[in-house]
Design a protein around this ligand. Sequence first.
Ligand code: SF4
Length: 228
Amino acid sequence: MQTMPSESVESIEHAPARLRISEIFHSLQGEARDVGRPTVFVRLTGCPLRCVWCDTAYAFHGGEWREISDIVQEVAKYKTRHVCVTGGEPLAQKRCLDLLERLCDAGFEVSLETSGALDVGGVDARVTRVVDLKAPGSGEAARNLWSNLGVLGARDQIKFVLADRADYDWARGVIDEHALAQRCEILMSPVYGKLAPRELAGWILADRLGVRMQVQLHKILWGEEPGR
Ligand code: SF4
């Protein structure tokens, strides 16, 4: 067997931890429990899913490799307590777990927005995990990693983004089947421009559903501009 020269092994071990980043920006949190709070967003490049209504397809490719220490330094410049690590699918880059830990160590309140298709079990316990469950209208329902539900707790959130009544009925069935209301907070939001928010609100109220409905604040304020 051919062995690797010792300096190569050393250089790999000491290689700086890097991530491919699409953008880092300061805005108001547009969704989830922290909606409305000033937040620094770190958007990682890449996603293995292709939801039909995806609003961040610009993050599938491109971006820039950056060292984790450099990312944490840039986040700190905004002097903002809340940090949201998002994508794309941030967990598609393994070093994302290191970034989350480093941000928590630096004293930030950190949330992670993830597709629900990848294992969230290794995420630092100080991080709030906002985990999507993909409804059939996304075209990616087969990617839901159901074992994730078993590791979620009171500080986490499950998010359903719904395109129509069929998605809503599916979500209601999943909530019942997995007793999700006993596990963590449940969020429902309509696909922007596809399902009227008022219609979703009516269904939730009629069913006395114990979920938090959301509309995406950043889109009301700024439309679909990247970096907002
Ligand atoms: S998981 Fe998120 S980033 Fe990936 S395709 Fe779906 S909506 Fe877009």
